[in-house]
Design a protein around this ligand. Structure first.
Ligand code: EPU
Length: 350
């Protein structure tokens, strides 16, 4: 177990915000995680589990003990006539896992290509894109309980997956299910890729690709390429422009509330869900309030996708977490004043 002091975190968060970890432990094995949990010198401290740092806003130096997860490894656990089950270490890159499974001939993750971040972070916010969410491909995961060093194995229901949400985002005191934030350190994730493979082409952007190319029965690799192209066209590459993907969740409203908004703003982008409630495109709401391309300090709203907040600079001359949150609050206020909807941030604010 490697314990480091005063570790710069700029390269460990995709916003590129300058901040330090007072104490950071690199977790490369399950034993490292167990040792961090049980070490008397470290026990009693609050902990913050850090994956790829692609869904966080750092608002200052991090005082809780930072556990940086770097557990690697990928393998096929089993293959039956109904599915391939694949396992990956929490420190693996999500996108590289997607690419690798396709190269092995195991399709099923292609719609979630190019989502930044690590495998261990994927269940935390139940990542999803282009019609598929992690929970649709989830088998189980292993985690170390940081309270006692024990290994936990959780199935989908125990993870409490919801839209961009899970038990790993909630503190034990929260009312929703069993909170495991700061307690469970995810070490390995198992995914179930069902057979026979069927393309998921319901999302509008993918339907457009089918029409443009005339390819009505695309392969998984073709869908992977389409998703990469769609994402590259509208989302900034964190290696070039600091960002944390979508900054707000798409809100859900009642049909009455939606009808009321449509009466005033007929152009609003909305989708009726199975339970009758209506999901609104937060990007559209923010765009309608005129935020695209606007900024506060060095924090800005991306001009190709209003749902993404970006760092207009780098390092010391870039945005602070405070500027990002001030911009986020200003956006929340103007969307609330115009539509009566309070947008909920997606990233974890540290
Ligand atoms: N829109 C606008 N103006 C904008 C942005 C969007 O009018 O500035 C409209 C678009 O025209 C479109 C609608 O809003 O009709 C939805 O936009 P898009 O298809 O880009 O998807 P999204 O709802 O903005 C969600 C996820 C993304 C995911 C895509 C594709 C959330 C919060 N975001 O974005 O996830 O990649 O769908 O499935 O659910 C992420 O979570 O970080 C993320 C990037």
């Amino acid at each position: 177990m490697l314990v480091e002091k005063n570790v710069p975190l700029q390269s460990c968060n995709s916003f590129g915000i300058v901040a330090k970890a007072h104490t950071l432990v690199r977790v490369r094995t399950e034993d490292d995680a167990r040792a961090a949990a049980l070490d008397p010198a470290l026990s009693g401290q609050a902990r913050f589990v850090l994956g790829g740092g692609t869904n966080i806003v750092l608002t200052g130096d991090v005082r809780p003990l930072v556990l940086k997860v770097e557990i690697m490894g990928r393998r096929l656990v089993s293959e039956t006539d109904r599915a391939w089950v694949v396992e990956a270490g929490a420190g693996e890159s999500w996108h590289e896992l997607v690419r690798w499974t396709l190269a092995q001939g195991w399709p099923g993750l292609e719609n979630m290509a190019l989502i930044p971040g690590t495998v261990g972070a994927a269940p935390v916010q139940n990542i999803g894109a282009y019609g598929v969410e992690l929970q649709d491909r989830f088998e189980s995961l292993e985690a170390i309980d940081l309270h006692n060093g024990q290994t936990l194995t959780l199935d989908a229901s125990q993870c409490g997956f919801r839209y961009r949400d899970s038990v790993f985002k909630h503190l034990p005191s929260s009312q929703q299910a069993m909170g495991l934030a700061g307690r469970a350190l995810i070490t390995r994730v198992r995914l179930r890729l069902p057979k026979p493979w069927e393309p998921e082409l319901g999302y509008l952007d993918l339907q457009r690709k089918v029409q443009e190319t005339g390819s009505t029965q695309p392969s998984a690799q073709q869908i992977f390429d389409w998703v990469c192209a769609i994402r590259r066209a509208k989302l900034p590459d964190p290696a070039e422009i600091g960002n944390a993907g979508s900054f707000f969740k798409n809100p859900t409203v009642s049909p009455e509330q939606c009808a009321d908004i449509i009466a005033r703003d007929p152009g609003i982008v909305h989708y009726v869900l199975d339970d009758g409630t209506v999901k609104l495109a937060a990007g559209w709401l923010i765009d309608a309030c005129g935020w695209k391309g606007k900024s506060i300090g060095m924090a800005g709203v991306y001009d190709k996708q209003a749902l993404v907040l970006i760092n207009l600079g780098r390092g010391e001359s870039g945005a602070t977490g405070g500027e990002v949150m001030t911009l986020a609050k200003a956006i929340q206020t103007s969307v609330y004043e115009r539509f009566g909807i309070l947008l909920e941030p997606e990233p974890v604010v540290v």
